[in-house]
Design a binder for this molecule. Structure first.
Ligand code: ATR
Length: 284
């Protein structure tokens, strides 16, 4: 058969849009998922200029693209652009996954379930536990509903700008026991799970945390990741955390959930997380 009539090489197109996006690990993760599951798909990173997001999505759709991941700074814009949203995306006010269904754009947010799934696979309990979430920006907002769905005994949001934490707690107050405060209000409190959703680690900084914040056996989770432990992970180890995790697992888990939305197939994540760790160690 001539190549002209050989359709065996056909694939569906996917991409991540963001700015900057060149260092995104999403193309690598989805390529590993596609190899593992035998799905015929191609996934690339597309850098989009500020103001150019709706046009870029329209172009990708017109070219026959099947789905997108959306990253910083376009998640809120994506939320506004789609025709239909999942309940969790609606709550998050942000969309990180778009599926093109005919002329419709369906928007979802897989960040929160990515975090919860990574906590589960690392055997970190959430149910009936006291949980502290640091930060009240987009990253925090995206994970609140899935965290509350796990029924923690209490969820406290702490933020440098306390008012933002209080406002956010108010928005999610119908979903469980949740309160917002500044860091000074943590002085006499103990937590079983502390999650860092601030951008502080990016600058090598740390929110002002009291020394005795962690309960016995506590777990600490930084939604950031790097080749080595982040500033918050170093703090956690120095203050007796029993489990210290970075956000690489969350990244792979949110990608797996996006992959499932697009392809109806759930990839195995553990081997992909290990593979990425090896690749990060080799290039550092
Ligand atoms: P993202 O979408 O990544 O959450 P964002 O919306 O800009 O980004 O929010 C950044 C979060 O990190 C905020 O909660 C911010 O606190 P403020 O609301 O008080 O600005 C928090 N943050 C950033 N740098 C920080 C630092 N050095 N110490 C403590 N919190 C910090």
């Amino acid at each position: 058969m001539s190549d002209l009539f050989d359709f065996s090489q056909r694939h569906d197109d996917y991409a991540v849009m963001g700015n900057p996006v060149a260092h995104s690990k999403s193309p690598r993760i989805h390529t590993l998922f596609a190899e593992q599951t035998g799905e015929a798909m191609h996934y690339e990173a597309i850098q989009v200029d500020p103001g150019g997001f709706p046009q870029a999505v329209g172009n990708f759709d017109a070219s026959g693209g099947k789905g997108l991941n959306i990253t910083v700074p376009f998640k809120q814009e994506a939320w506004a652009l789609v025709n239909e949203r999942s309940e969790r995306a609606e709550r998050a006010g942000a969309v990180n996954t778009i599926k093109f269904i005919g002329k419709q754009l369906f928007g979802d947010n897989t960040d929160g379930i990515g975090l919860v799934n990574d906590l589960h696979s690392n055997r970190v309990p959430i149910k009936d536990k006291k949980v502290l979430l640091m930060g009240a920006g987009g990253a925090a907002r995206g994970v609140l509903a899935p965290l509350l769905a796990e029924h923690p005994a209490q969820l406290v949001i702490a933020n440098r700008t306390a008012e933002k934490a209080r406002e956010l707690a108010e928005v999610f107050s119908d979903l469980g026991s949740i309160e917002g405060s500044g860091y000074e209000a943590l002085e006499d409190k103990r937590f079983d799970l502390v999650i860092n959703a601030t951008a502080a680690s990016l600058q090598g900084e740390l929110p002002p945390l009291p020394d005795n914040l962690l309960a016995d056996g506590a777990a600490c989770y930084d939604m950031m990741y790097g080749a080595g432990p982040t500033t918050f992970m170093q703090w956690a180890s120095a203050h007796g955390a029993a489990t210290v995790l970075d956000g690489l697992g969350m990244l792979v888990e949110q990608a797996a959930e996006s992959f499932y939305i697009w392809r109806g197939v759930r990839p195995e994540t553990g081997s992909v997380i290990e593979q990425l760790r090896r690749e990060m160690a080799a290039s550092s």
